[in-house]
Design a protein around this ligand. Structure first.
Ligand SMILES: [Zn+2]
Length: 502
């Protein structure tokens, strides 16, 4: 029976229902739709023993990649424009330590380990003249005739001589020298903080790297670090500059193979902003199994990598699911990186071969971390360095968490995860980590240990953490202006160049 009263009742009910919908905040909607059950499922699954620690180059990691891609497809995440798959093939190689290295200059012969460590996969021998330069910077290489020569120079770049900076300059210097036509590059290593013998031990075993020469016939350019700690040796090399030398490297060739990044896209809703992208990424690989494990493999020897980084992968999947239903103003790129544990290789390959132009990628949120020792916090490595602090702090607060900056700046965590490959190119790129207030025993008990198991995690906390990342992503994607680096940041200059800003 229809009465006027029931009509009004319906009207009031539907009106108030409408009101509730309007009044639902983004945080409430994220709380309702980013489910703890999804988060828990993904972490338990990806960190299970059957994945054998998700080591790069294994079939198990390929299955993990397929799992992520299949969820992207199920959620309705798009493939990047011009690509028919969510996979980006990453060419990799396992470099074997050479059997022998011989570098003869005048009366002196320098050898593997005692004097030399090889950084690339080169095998062969060469007779060439060599040239002694200061740092072999791009300008210096252009000012000197290095074509067909072996270049000897100090390691690192002028004013950048910390061990980390020396490592980070390797690739750039290699590219410059190769582009200038050099036949080899030998960098004189003198850093006392990271002594030569430790370095040699570090480079001595098998090591993974991008296979930049994949598919091409040319050999990688030989690139060495040479123990340059004695002044006598440096002077000797300087004096004999321009003479002819011989260089020989023997040993097993590298193993070449392919691994995969998983990349998907959601287009934004604002016609003026949708050509700008926020990159939300996390590595999905981990450390594999302990080398000295007995047979058969038991869980005690498997690096499950629940915190590092099934949590981050679950975060990317949760965000992909949410934003497929509720796209923000800007577009989003979701990525799961391979080979992070082998030296940030998957993200580096993407940064060198982006599927969406980097200058359209206005921000990168990376999810990665060592673990947690404070469930009231979200640790944002890079808080205070970009203009998106307010968004990240408010997003954490909405889920009862406090966003704090890097508590252990001396560990230089900012430059130790995938975000650095984007930061170096100018993209503002903090890393979201679980609440960590110190690198204490609680962290070390799980960090890169077989104890990092899915059943040792507080899922109420992890779910809040992931919800805060989804909300921060939304807030940043909806901003009127793209957030940039705080003035004076070490990566500001690169950002000005990338985006053509004044
Ligand atoms: Zn990690």
């Amino acid at each position: 029976m229809k009465t006027l009263k029931s009509f009004f009742l319906i009207l009031i009910l539907s009106f108030s229902f409408h009101l509730t919908v309007v009044a639902q905040t983004d945080a409430e909607r994220i709380e309702a739709e980013v489910l703890r059950s999804d988060v828990e499922f993904n972490i338990y699954f990806l960190a299970s023993d059957e994945f054998l620690g998700r080591d790069t180059g294994t079939h198990e990691l390929d299955i993990a990649a397929r799992y992520i891609a299949t969820w992207f497809q199920t959620y309705g995440v798009e493939k990047a424009d011009g690509y028919d798959s969510y996979f980006q093939d990453v060419p990799l190689q396992t470099l074997r330590s050479p059997e022998e290295i011989t570098f003869s200059v005048g009366d002196s012969t320098y050898q593997k380990n005692e004097h030399l460590a090889l950084l690339t996969g080169y095998r062969g021998d060469m007779d060439a003249s060599y040239i002694f330069l200061d740092y072999a910077t791009e300008d210096e290489l252009a000012d000197n005739d290095v074509e067909g020569k072996i270049v000897v120079a100090s390691a690192g770049l002028p004013g950048q001589t910390s061990p980390q900076q020396l490592f980070m300059a390797v690739q750039q210097k290699n590219e410059w020298a190769e582009a200038a036509g050099a036949k080899a590059l030998i960098e004189l290593y003198t850093n006392p903080q990271f002594p030569w013998q430790v370095l040699v031990g570090f480079l001595g075993g098998d090591r993974m790297d991008l296979d930049d020469n994949n598919g091409e016939n040319d050999e990688p350019m030989p690139h060495f670090w040479m123990n340059g700690t004695t002044e006598e040796r440096v002077n000797y090399l300087g004096e004999l500059s321009d003479s002819n030398v011989t260089l020989t490297v023997s040993g097993a060739e590298p193993d070449r193979f392919t691994s995969r990044n998983v990349v998907g896209v959601i287009r934004g809703t604002d016609p003026d902003l949708r050509d700008e992208y926020i990159l939300l990424g996390a590595h999905y690989d981990h450390e594999g199994v302990a080398e000295d494990h007995p047979d058969p493999i038991t869980s005690e020897y498997i690096y499950n990598g629940a915190r590092d980084n099934a949590v981050g992968t679950a975060g990317v999947l949760a965000a992909a699911k949410y934003f497929a239903e509720h796209p923000p103003r800007r577009s989003l790129i979701f990525s799961a990186w391979t080979a992070e544990e082998k030296g940030l290789l998957g993200s580096r390959y993407y940064a060198e071969n982006p599927m969406i132009p980097l200058e359209q990628t206005i921000y990168n949120l990376n999810i990665d971390g060592a673990g947690y020792n404070d469930t009231t916090k979200v640790t944002v490595i890079g808080l205070g360095r970009t203009e998106a602090d307010d968004e990240m702090i408010a997003a954490a607060e909405a889920f009862g968490l406090e966003a704090i900056p890097d508590p252990v700046p001396e560990q230089n965590l900012f430059d130790r995860s995938d975000n650095v490959n984007f930061a170096q190119r100018g993209i503002p790129a903090p890393t979201y980590s679980l609440g960590i207030t110190d690198f204490d025993d609680e962290i070390n008990y799980y960090y890169h240990q077989p104890t990092d198991e899915p059943d040792t995690i507080d899922y109420t906390y992890i779910t809040s953490y992931i919800r805060s990342i989804v909300l921060a992503t939304l807030k940043i994607a909806d901003r009127d202006e793209a957030p940039f680096w705080i003035p004076g940041d070490v990566y500001e200059e690169a950002g000005l160049e990338l985006y053509g800003r004044e």
